[in-house]
Design a protein around this ligand. Structure first.
Ligand SMILES: [Zn+2]
Length: 381
């Protein structure tokens, strides 16, 4: 069993949307009240905070369950850092959220609502495997769209412990992904198309900015472009994650870079990674990979990505100068040289191996059906 989050778009009627609106507004008001009290009293422990504000929240009109969730949001270490809660989301638990076929049932401030969801094949597939729903987070997007992030318990095979191989994945721009097992997936189509859409959107945006050209047709074109790009990226990510998993067996491990760690860093790799963030939907990639891996009994480990492209796999010497160019790695200490992306993927795999996730045997070429695939000889170290 594994807990997964599944994001679904909601299709509320106008009356339902108004009720959702009122619910997130009240929820945020409750959170802000709890935060104020917590700060005044210097008390962020959940149970103490509960005693201080629960009755206030109930009299504001929040249901018992929503009040408990609002306190839970504030009563954490996280809460002490929050300054203010925006009225854009609310948390539901098992008693206030349940599934009814392709609709979700939510207990809001206006009572029980059955809101239809817009599901794709991927969502249907996950829901079919779900054993139970633990709750979910209702959010309103910037364009006024409503989403529900369902928290699901999904039946997954238990990965056998130890012994499996570890495959490192280096994410990039020109080459979408390089595996330490010697497989590369070209980034050409994804990068090219995203840049194409970026330019197209800039064009349309400049029209939107000028009131005289802001016609209905232009607005519709904008929406159409967004949709087309999203579908294309989605398709690519599904194909890529499937290909990465081809050839792996239960008990194997996939190692990826933990890019979430990088945001505050200013290393060269950090800047690169931030740029990567721009064209690389990393979070979506990671959640798809984790989901598909879990169903297969394959582990996913995220490792510290610092200097993965600068460390010599043969002698361990780490220096910026080891990376001769975008494509070439040559160690200034021992002279080892190879494809730079492969070196990064190898280091990522090795780091996961040293985390005690089984032995690391990266130098193995997998046979994978092709998604713009370039096999790469694994070198002798
Ligand atoms: Zn070396």
């Amino acid at each position: 069993m594994q807990t997964l989050t599944l994001r679904c778009t909601l299709k509320p009627t106008p009356e339902q949307a108004a009720a959702l609106e009122e619910t997130v507004r009240l929820f945020a008001e409750g959170c802000n009240h709890a935060l104020r009290v917590a700060k005044e009293r210097g008390e962020f422990r959940r149970f103490k905070l509960h005693r201080l504000v629960y009755n206030d929240l109930r009299s504001m009109g929040l249901s018992a369950n929503l009040a408990v969730q609002a306190i839970a949001r504030v009563g954490r270490k996280k809460g002490s850092r929050a300054k203010f809660y925006q009225p854009t989301s609310a948390t539901f638990d098992q008693r206030t959220l349940s599934l009814r076929g392709e609709s979700v049932s939510l207990t809001t401030t206006a009572g029980r609502l059955i809101v239809p969801m817009k599901l794709g094949n991927y969502q249907r597939g996950v829901l079919k495997r779900a054993r139970s729903v633990q709750g979910g987070v209702l959010t309103r997007g910037p364009k006024g769209k409503w989403y529900i992030n369902l928290i699901l318990r999904v039946e997954t095979p238990e990965p056998p412990s130890g012994g499996g191989k570890v495959v490192g994945v280096d994410l990039g721009q020109k080459v979408l992904a390089t595996l330490s097992s010697g497989v590369r997936f070209s980034g050409g189509p994804l990068r090219g198309k995203r840049l194409h859409y970026l330019r197209k959107r800039a064009e349309v945006r400049s029209k939107l900015d000028r009131p005289s050209e802001r016609t209905k047709g232009v607005k519709r074109l904008w929406e159409r472009l967004r949709g087309r790009e999203a579908r294309f990226v989605n398709h690519t990510l599904h194909a890529l994650t499937r290909r990465i998993l081809d050839g792996l067996e239960p008990g194997d491990t996939i190692a990826i870079e933990d890019l979430a760690h990088l945001r505050s860093r200013t290393t060269k790799r950090g800047r690169e990674a931030r740029h990567l963030h721009h064209l690389w939907p990393y979070a979506r990639f990671r959640s798809l990979l984790e989901y598909k891996a879990a169903l297969k009994g394959v582990r996913v480990v995220a490792v510290d990505p610092r200097h993965t492209s600068q460390e010599c796999p043969r002698c361990g010497h780490t220096e910026q100068g080891n990376r001769r160019s975008q494509a070439l790695f040559r160690c200034t200490a021992c002279g080892f040289q190879h494809n730079a992306d492969w070196v990064a993927a190898h280091n990522i795999a090795r780091r996961a191996g040293s985390m005690g996730m089984g032995r690391c045997k990266p130098a193995r070429i997998l046979r994978v059906s092709s998604l713009h695939r370039f096999p790469l000889e694994s070198p002798r170290l």
